[in-house]
Design a binder for this molecule. Structure first.
Ligand code: C2E
Ligand code: MG
Ligand code: MG
Length: 366
């Protein structure tokens, strides 16, 4: 939409707001009432602005408004311009960083709660930036997620993590009550006694974009090929918010991945306002309770922690799923979780993510 008679650039803000209000509403299509929201990006031309530039600026503003959560509006200005430039530069740097081998994996141990034995480890990606130091996922994954770059990152992580895990020497199984084999899934019969078959030793996070990418299965096969790892030794983690975007579709893909032999874990459970009944419909082996629940356990206000954690754990167990508590930092939280019957846990109490393997490594360079 082109508007030629604005007296002042500030009027553009009012105009976008009016446009927004005018478009928002419930529209009847056939038999259905569809709620419609609009996201508006706008830019004001100066004497030297070309039409192409004007469109591109409005588009940048629109993108920024969408990033801020949609159903809003944004007018292009110098701050938008700088943020956009900084993002593009970062994205380009990450692209070359991936090619130049600047990504690294750290591993955080996952322990069997009652025995505190390390049974597996989660791979967590970091970017060893040439000038900014070691960057955590929150510093670069959101930028990667704006394009297919996140699939390149994910593909690298799959290969590297499986190659690393293939070199881990797992200690011999112990059949003592309350112990669990490294890589052991905890069975419902006696949480703590161990199955003989090979079970996940490495957890790998998958982004939503990678999960729905047509190349996913090839990338998984490729990582299995180069590592020689068995899919049953790998558990893929997908966050609850990703699952909620399209439950049916995600459930289908997760089922395919599981049919291939991989384990599947629902990460950050409790952050996405999902209904507990959905757990039943999701093909997942494991539920990872978000750190916020664990923090709540000992908060002075009491929070919802203990009640919710207890109910979720009971329901997950009733559905045959393993329960992992995330972000355990204090011995009191550990004790509480043991009492609630959680199976496994991760957190600074047992170990922070570190570059080294949690298990002894074979010498041969696989
Ligand atoms: P996540 O999968 O839930 O991983 C757990 C995060 O919590 C990690 O942060 C870990 O360092 C942190 N953490 C673990 N224990 C504690 C604790 O006791 N206290 C506190 N305060 N934090 C704890 P990190 O490494 O920064 O990763 C953040 C998120 O980034 C991950 O959350 C995961 O969603 C994502 N991510 C990490 N690596 C990858 C990857 O390779 N691919 C994809 N797609 N996402 C990844
Ligand atoms: Mg995870
Ligand atoms: Mg998590």
């Amino acid at each position: 939409m082109v508007c030629e008679d604005l007296a002042d650039p500030a009027e553009l803000v009012h105009l976008t707001r009016r446009l927004h209000d005018a478009l928002r509403g419930v529209y009847r299509v056939g038999e259905q009432d569809l709620p419609v929201t609009a996201t508006v990006g706008a830019s004001c031309a100066t004497a030297s602005t070309t039409p192409t530039q004007l469109l591109s600026e409005a588009d940048t503003a629109l993108y920024e408004a969408k990033r801020a959560g949609r159903d809003g509006s944004q007018v292009f200005d110098q701050r938008v311009h700088h943020r956009n430039r900084a993002r593009a530069t970062r994205q380009q740097a990450l692209r070359s960083g991936v090619e130049q081998g600047q990504l690294v994996l750290h591993y955080q141990p996952k322990v069997h709660l009652r025995s505190r034995r390390v049974v597996a480890a989660e791979a967590l990606v970091r970017w060893q930036h040439p000038t900014d130091g070691l960057l955590l996922p929150y510093d670069f994954l959101p930028i990667a997620e704006e394009s297919l770059l996140v699939v390149d990152v994910g593909r690298w992580v799959l290969r590297r993590a499986m190659q690393d895990a293939a070199r881990w020497r797992m200690p011999a199984a112990e059949q003592a009550p309350g112990a669990v084999t490294p890589g052991g899934r905890v069975g419902p019969a006696e949480r703590g006694v161990l199955p003989d078959n090979p079970l996940p030793v490495v957890n790998i996070n998958l982004s939503g974009r990678h999960l729905t990418h047509p190349g996913l299965l090839d990338h998984l096969d490729e990582a299995l090929d180069v590592s020689g790892l068995d899919p049953t030794q790998v558990e893929l983690e997908i966050t609850e918010t990703v699952v909620l975007q399209d439950l049916e579709k995600t459930a289908r893909i997760l089922q395919t991945v599981r049919d291939r032999g991989f384990g599947v874990a629902l990460d950050d459970f409790g952050t996405g306002y999902s209904s507990l009944t959905w757990l039943q419909r999701l093909p997942v082996d494991t539920v990872k309770l978000d750190r916020s629940f664990v923090v709540d356990l000992l908060s002075p206000e009491g929070g919802y922690g203990p009640d919710i954690l207890g109910s979720v754990t009971a329901l997950a167990h009733a559905l045959g799923k393993t329960v992992v508590a995330e972000g355990v930092e204090q011995p009191e939280q550990h004790d509480y979780l043991v009492g609630l019957g959680c199976d496994l846990a991760q957190g600074y109490l047992y170990g922070r993510p570190v570059p080294a393997s949690p298990f002894p490594v074979t010498d041969d360079d696989a």
